[in-house]
Ligand binder design. Structure first.
Ligand code: FES
Length: 66
C-alpha cells in the first residue's frame, strides 16, 4: 500500500492512495476512495477532517517545501 500526501500551498493536504481515516475511537470516515481527498490543514473547515474550501475565505497562508 502506497500513500502520497501533497502539502498544497495555502491549502489542504491532498491524500492519494489506499488508506482509511479513522477518528479517536477507530471509526472510519466515509469518502470516495477512487478520488484523492483533501484534508483540512487550516482548522476552519465545517466538515473536518475534510477541506471544505474555507481556507480560501480566511486567506490561509502556508507554503512549505521539503
Ligand atoms: S485547508 Fe481547506 S478548509 Fe482548511
Amino acid at each position: 500500500m502506497s500513500v502520497t500526501i501533497k502539502v498544497m500551498d495555502d491549502g489542504p493536504f491532498m491524500v492519494m492512495g489506499d488508506f482509511d481515516i479513522v477518528d479517536m475511537e477507530g471509526r472510519k470516515f466515509q469518502f470516495d476512495k477512487a478520488q484523492p481527498i483533501a484534508l483540512c490543514r487550516c482548522g476552519k473547515s465545517a466538515s473536518e477532517p475534510f477541506c471544505d474550501g474555507n481556507h480560501i475565505t480566511m486567506a490561509y497562508k502556508s507554503r512549505v517545501r521539503a
